[in-house]
Design a protein around this ligand. Sequence first.
Ligand code: GDP
Ligand code: MG
Length: 166
Amino acid sequence: HCGFVAIVGRPNVGKSTLMNHILGQKLSITSRKPQTTRDQILGVQTKGHIQTVYVDTPGLHKGQDKAINRYMNRTASSALKDVDVVLFVIDAERWTEEDDNVLAKVRYADCPVVLVVNKVDQLDDKEELLPKLAAFSEKMTFSQIIPISALRNKNLDRLESLVESY
Ligand code: GDP
Ligand code: MG
């Protein structure tokens, strides 16, 4: 059995960090600067008879005027085709206009879309999380909403078993 997982989201939310931690290798380039990941980076995870292919996408961008943005949007959108599950990564801090642009693309995906709320380690107060998750859940009907910290390896095992269940 082989599954395809697309990791999408605006720049800097932690997509590459997430993929690296799942795969346990430094495959994808992470950076404080947005737009480090210019092309799709594929990673394959083999667990027994289950093989999962992760696709780390460049961010989906709003500005359509620059050729590079157009190119990156095209690659990110094409990553959404023929996948078994989409991991839509956002920053727990807040939902932005750029997240809306990503939402517009994943809304019509014909596979489950899991909202991955990353960087929960950065919330000052744990009490903040639940109301935030409730607000995010209003954006669309997600298959699941899962809070994680890609950097601190929090809840990643839950995310992995969730991905395997699809
Ligand atoms: P991408 O553009 O979505 O691929 O984002 P990156 O993976 O390159 O990460 C962007 C920045 O966010 C880097 O400085 C990461 O170290 C940082 N980052 C990623 N995940 C987390 C997290 O869970 N917690 C915190 N505090 N920082 C994170
Ligand atoms: Mg990246």
